[in-house]
Write a protein that binds this ligand. Structure first.
Ligand SMILES: Cc1cc2nc3c(=O)[nH]c(=O)nc-3n(C[C@H](O)[C@H](O)[C@H](O)COP(=O)(O)OP(=O)(O)OC[C@H]3O[C@@H](n4cnc5c(N)ncnc54)[C@H](O)[C@@H]3O)c2cc1C
Length: 386
């Protein structure tokens, strides 16, 4: 049992959920942990190789059913996200974008042919997907997007630019959201289609073990079959985001746990003023407060996971989890950094890497402010932003 699980939440996990957690933890220990500091430093990650490894154990689209997907529970999926993000938020992002955004969009809104065409190889990690909603001028307000899709005979022609797209440079298929005369629609766009150009976004100071890119669509001509037939209006991409945000609620706890475990071990072994740092009351106060927040976050994640498994999870409840768990995980990472002193800023330890990553996690999939507004709307019945 983890010493961080102050409330014995682990005891309410099923044997299967614990088994999945063990498998993912081992995978992260073997395939991610030994290398991730180097990937982060270099700003490169062998994402395709990792995707194949993750595909072998059924991690990609694991909460979806059919088409080679594992069909696991939402809680099991959450636990997998937690373990992946204990390695690095960028690695969890690879899996989230593939499974909860790109695959989910096709699984939920695609035609039978689209599902059969894309999902089995995506589940295996042979085909990589990305999800392109954000634009250079429209992030929190995707309803104002500029990317257009117009009909030309039976074809669709897409024009516009998508920005900050995870997995963009390695993707075989991009789920592109565009404005049509009838409103927002989604398209499964093979990235080799003429007119699609992808540029990697370099110099990120966060999520460096993750590829991020800009996608330019210069009159990209697509057959009618590229449109996701069931995706109608902005609620379609927002539905995908609810899926992915649920994974983040859990994932952020993984980054925080890795920081806390590192700080605990460090505080026990580092001696100043003749005693271990862990023996000072001020250090214990920090550790206690962080462990309390972590435990509350774990309870929150489990409650949301159980609601999802009962098909009762509302988007505003996911906002509660995303807002709280990412905010607290970032606070924990920063506080752990102080316990490590100078070593806290070193890449030899994972803490500042996690803190830097969590800055992106705080922003993507709805910023903290947007989640506050969603919760505010739930409380007041008044929308302050839409
Ligand atoms: C590493 C990384 C990976 C990403 N991956 C993807 C991806 O795969 N696909 C994708 O589509 N997008 C992705 N994004 C984009 C991400 O979702 C957006 O950055 C996010 O939605 C915020 O948009 P913005 O950056 O344009 O900020 P803005 O919307 O310009 O917001 C700037 C600030 O203003 C605040 N703000 C905005 N509106 C309001 C309001 N009404 N009231 C109060 N405050 C407000 C915001 O909360 C924020 O603090 C990624 C981003 C990063 C950093």
């Amino acid at each position: 049992m983890s010493p961080l699980d102050l409330l014995d939440v682990d005891a309410s996990l099923s044997a299967e959920e614990r088994q999945i957690r063990t498998v993912v933890r081992q995978l992260v220990d073997e395939q991610v942990r030994p290398h991730v500091a180097g990937w982060y430093e270099e700003g490169r990650v062998p994402a395709r190789d990792l995707a194949r490894e993750f595909g072998k154990v059924g991690l990609l689209g694991m909460h979806l059913t059919g088409y080679g997907c594992a069909g696991s529970s939402a809680v099991a999926y959450g636990l997998a996200c937690l373990e992946l993000e204990a390695g690095d938020s960028g690695i969890r992002s690879l899996v989230s974008v593939q499974g909860a955004l790109a695959m989910y969009a096709i699984w939920r809104y695609g035609s039978a042919e689209q599902k059969q065409h894309w999902l089995p190889t995506m589940a295996a990690g042979e085909t990589i997907g990305c999800f392109a909603l954000t634009e250079p001028d429209h992030g929190s307000d995707p309803a104002s997007m500029n990317t257009r899709a117009r009909r030309d005979g039976d074809d669709w022609v897409l024009h516009g630019t998508k920005m900050w797209i995870t997995n963009a440079t390695i993707a075989d298929v991009a789920v592109i959201w565009a404005r049509t005369d009838e409103g927002i629609r989604g398209f499964a766009v093979p990235t080799r289609t003429p007119g699609v150009t992808v540029r990697e976004i370099r110099r990120k100071m966060s999520l460096r073990a993750s590829v991020t890119g800009e996608i330019s669509l210069d009159d990209v001509r697509l057959p009618a079959t590229a449109r996701l037939p069931e995706a109608v209006g902005l609620k379609a991409p927002l539905g995908c985001l609810t899926e992915a945000r649920h994974g983040i609620v859990w994932g952020a706890l993984g980054a925080a746990r890795d920081c806390l475990e590192t700080a605990l071990e460090y505080a026990r072994s580092r001696t100043q003023f003749g005693r271990p740092l862990a023996g000072f009351q001020l250090t214990q106060a920090k550790l206690a407060d962080m462990a309390v927040e972590w435990s509350k976050g774990y309870l929150l994640a489990l409650q949301l996971g159980r609601l999802a498994d009962a098909d009762r999870l509302r988007p505003d409840q996911v906002s509660v989890g995303k807002l709280n768990n990412v905010r607290e995980a970032l606070a924990i990472a920063r506080q752990c950094r102080t316990i490590l002193g100078a070593n806290g800023v070193s890449g030899e330890y994972p803490v500042l890497r996690h803190a830097n990553n969590l800055e992106s996690v705080l922003t993507y999939e709805g910023t903290s402010e947007i989640h506050q507004l969603v919760i505010g709307q739930r409380l007041t019945g008044l929308s302050a932003f839409a």
